[in-house]
Design a protein around this ligand. Structure first.
Ligand SMILES: Nc1ncnc2c1ncn2[C@@H]1O[C@H](COP(=O)(O)OP(=O)(O)OP(=O)(O)O)[C@@H](O)[C@H]1O
Ligand SMILES: [Mg+2]
Length: 284
């Protein structure tokens, strides 16, 4: 292999490393299965809902994105029908009934009159949910609801209740534990939203399995055996158990290993990253 093709190969590998990856670890797979069940739940008066809880940078949005990828928009040109199985929004910054409706309509590319009455916007949503056969509404960043005053919070929780009852589709919230706190403040919602947690990683067999899965994705010429004790401990200490950090550390170390030709992630390579832990970063 000549130098130029080596460089091209390296560039390709490095770019590939920078892409989003998906690892179906146990907790995430369980949540995906539960989401699947929920989506095909028959329409009942009190639809069950779910809340995905986890600290920041720990895989909540990735699970949502994965689920959306599994259930993409279907354009049936023969039947001239479009199906949108899932609609996913983020809690709007200044959350209230109107901004929630607007977020849904925007996400679905439905033209609407900004100053139309709320009930008109709701009717638009209702008819589009039926027409596109929407089966689930997901709301990420749910905890940001708590940034609003109590009046707004109550209004939003009532809107969510109303959407669930009248559209008869399950609602999935995702956010930090604060999201749960927001839901718990309403007694009806608190027992309709079943919590599932993406907990922080610990030094256990699951973590070692995760490291093995990452290693399969990094495409270095030599094995690193990321799951071996010393490397696992070092990655755990550096990441403090957040999957976003774990992914970033492995990616950065792999990119360096490609660039310097070592072609494997070693303890030395990890040390050379001079990684600042999330706790330390917050103190800076
Ligand atoms: N299943 C997974 N497989 C591989 N990498 C993952 C997975 N889940 C998360 N990650 C990595 O962790 C990063 C952070 O994940 P994500 O954005 O889903 O976290 P989050 O819990 O939504 O964070 P926040 O609360 O800040 O929104 C992702 O960008 C990705 O690099
Ligand atoms: Mg997120």
């Amino acid at each position: 292999m000549n130098d130029i093709s080596m460089t091209e190969r390296n560039v390709t590998r490095i770019n590939k490393l920078k892409e989003d990856k998906w690892i179906g670890y146990t907790q995430a797979t369980l949540i995906l299965e539960k989401l699947e069940d929920l989506m095909f739940h028959p329409k009942v008066h009190r639809m069950p809902n779910m809340v995905i809880l986890g600290e920041t940078n720990n895989g909540k949005t990735s699970v949502i994105k994965r689920f959306l990828k599994r259930h993409p928009i279907i354009n049936d040109s023969f039947e001239d029908a479009t199906q949108v199985p899932v609609v996913s929004i983020e809690m709007p910054p200044e959350a209230n009934q109107d901004s929630i409706y607007i977020s849904i309509l925007r996400e679905l590319y439905v033209p609407f009159q900004r100053n139309a009455r709320k009930d008109e916007k709701f009717n638009q949503i209702k008819s589009i949910v039926e027409r596109l056969n929407i089966r689930m509404l997901m709301i990420d960043e749910f905890h940001t609801l708590l940034d609003n005053n109590v009046l707004r919070q109550t209004q939003v929780l009532n809107t969510i209740k109303y959407l669930g009852n009248s559209l008869q589709i399950p609602i999935v919230a995702a956010g930090t534990k604060e999201a749960h706190r927001a839901l718990l403040s309403d007694s009806q919602l608190s027992n309709r939203f079943k919590p599932y947690e993406l907990s922080r990683w610990k030094l256990d067999i699951e973590f070692r399995k995760l490291l093995k899965s990452f290693e399969k994705l990094i495409d270095l010429d030599k094995p690193s055996n990321l799951d071996q004790r010393d490397l696992a401990i070092e990655i755990m200490n550096m990441s403090e158990g957040w999957i976003g950090e774990i992914a970033e550390i492995i990616k950065s170390a792999a990119i360096n290993a490609i660039k310097d030709g070592t072609e494997q992630i070693t303890l030395d390579g990890l040390k050379k990253l001079h990684w600042i832990t999330p706790t330390r970063r917050r103190q800076l």
